[in-house]
Design a protein around this ligand. Structure first.
Ligand code: NCD
Length: 475
């Protein structure tokens, strides 16, 4: 099937049909584990015989690494592993591309976790073997999403039309970022419940609406009633396949949203390792806790309580024996789901992809790849790290013209640049070599192939451009 030899860098790499195929095979893998001596089980234990998985974990991990490694062993394959940048030549200044090329010649598949956003894409671009992103900074964690969806589907039989609340650190949580797009792909509705200061990045909401359709409706800041304080709903995503209340009920609010019940509450911990120093003190103090008391409300009578784990203080231990809690089961699903994924990417299994193989996001954005000094503004992006700039050229998709918005091809961070120009200024007439504010009408006029984007006015001037009338206020 089409998955053979593919990489999984973001959840967009998989269609709904491919995800369904992974789930069907994961069901078989679970069944094989419970009847180890029967025919199919013995076969499963040999599926990846002779194959080697490189497991590279450059950030802490318990569940993801160990379930990937257990999955490979259960398929009869072998594992080579490293868990510390300090123990590899990356510490000597080797680039990810060089490391990828080398490991690609030792292993048949690479699983990588790395603090730089876009790192897994670089490894996939250079290794020559399938690469699985096991978490790249705060960007994405697509295999966690697979087991999250698998858990929901097992409990509810479907994902379509469900109402899923995402709770906690929606800003830095990579599991959240992958899950948002996957839920939209399957037609679920989303309630965004961030801890104060940790709202979903704007560029993620924009992508959700422009590429998956549907609406994001923002709620007025809470009125500080007890319920609103305890359940910090700040935005609602409504799937286009489920034209709901939003259009009909002008008063979108907590009470309305909770009335029909919440199907799952997905809790996350504060991703402290990604907080800025200023955020560190502030945000942790305000972090909201999910406990039995919160879930007494009738909206949560049947709610699946989920968490990618590890938990810190945000999910009370009093919920562990509650039948609604799914998080330990969720983690256990990591093995069969990852077994299925490894077997498919390595071509050891050939499950047919169901017909509903709707390839999600189909927008073919123009690419901005000028050889100038524009860098991705995200300090964690792989494309701006010293070891990588020697060979990586910054590359952006032009995802909007009004306002002009670029999206980094590596970390997918979206941003609105400040200044622009056209490379097609009147020939020979240097006085026409002008730059403009990116929020002027020029942003809509300059053709893709002529567009030049500057990080600052100083940079435009250093390239010999003069300010136009349109470098003042908004025009
Ligand atoms: C998550 C991760 O690493 O992003 N953990 C996991 O893989 N289960 C969540 C987290 O660390 O908070």
């Amino acid at each position: 099937m089409a998955l053979t030899e593919q990489s999984l860098v973001t959840i967009d790499d998989l269609s709904t049909g491919e995800i369904e195929a992974i789930f069907s095979l994961a069901d078989e893998m679970s069944a094989a584990a419970t009847t180890p001596d029967q025919g199919r089980s013995r076969q499963v234990g040999k599926l990846c015989r002779g194959k080697i998985m490189a497991s590279l974990f450059f950030e802490p991990s318990t569940r993801t690494r160990l379930s990937f490694e257990a999955a490979m062993y259960r398929l009869g394959g072998s594992v080579i592993t490293t868990m510390d940048i300090g123990a590899t030549s990356l510490a000597k200044g080797e680039s990810l591309a060089d490391m990828a090329r080398i490991i690609g010649s030792y292993a048949d598949i690479i699983v990588i976790r790395h603090p730089w956003e876009g790192a897994a894409k670089v490894v996939a671009d250079y290794s020559g073997v399938p690469v699985i992103n096991a978490g790249d900074g705060g960007h994405q964690h697509p295999t966690q999403t697979l087991l999250d969806l698998y858990t929901i589907r097992k409990e509810r039989q479907t994902i379509k039309g469900l109402k899923i609340a995402l709770w906690g650190d929606l800003k830095y949580g990579r599991t959240i970022h992958s899950l948002i797009f996957a839920l939209a792909k399957f037609g679920a509705n989303i309630l965004f419940c961030p801890s104060p200061g940790l709202e979903v990045p704007e560029h993620i909401l924009q992508k959700l609406v422009t590429e998956y359709g549907g609406d994001v409706e923002r709620l007025a800041p809470p009125k500080q009633t007890n319920k609103e304080r305890l359940f910090p709903l700040d935005a609602v995503y409504t799937t286009p396949t489920n034209p709901h209340q939003l259009a009909m009920i002008p008063d979108v609010g907590l009470a309305v949203e909770l009335k029909t019940g919440v199907d799952a509450l997905y809790v996350t911990r504060p991703q402290k390792e990604r907080f800025t120093t200023a955020e560190n003190e502030e945000l942790e103090k305000k972090y909201l806790v999910v406990d039995k008391k919160l879930l007494e409300d009738k909206a949560f009578r049947k709610t699946l309580v989920m968490h990618p784990l590890p938990r810190i203080d945000e999910l009370a231990y009093d919920l562990d024996t509650d039948p609604r809690s799914q998080y330990f089961k969720q983690a256990a699903h990591g093995v069969p789901v990852r077994m299925a994924l490894l077997a498919l990417l390595l071509g050891a299994e050939n499950t047919a992809v169901p017909r509903n193989n709707s390839k999600q996001v189909g927008i073919d954005y123009p690419v901005y790849r000028q050889d100038l000094d524009l860098k991705c503004p995200n300090t964690r992006c792989v494309s701006i790290q010293k070891t990588e700039t020697k060979y990586l050229k910054p590359e952006f998709k032009i995802v909007n013209r009004d306002p002009l918005t670029l999206r980094c091809t590596y970390c997918e961070h979206g941003f609105e640049p400040q200044y622009i120009a056209s490379s097609n200024w009147h020939e020979g007439k240097l006085s026409d070599k002008k730059y403009h504010r990116a929020d002027s009408h020029w942003a809509r006029i300059i053709k893709d192939e002529n567009l030049i984007v500057f990080a600052s006015a100083a940079e435009a001037e250093s390239q010999g451009f003069k300010p136009s009338h349109y470098t003042g206020g908004r025009h």
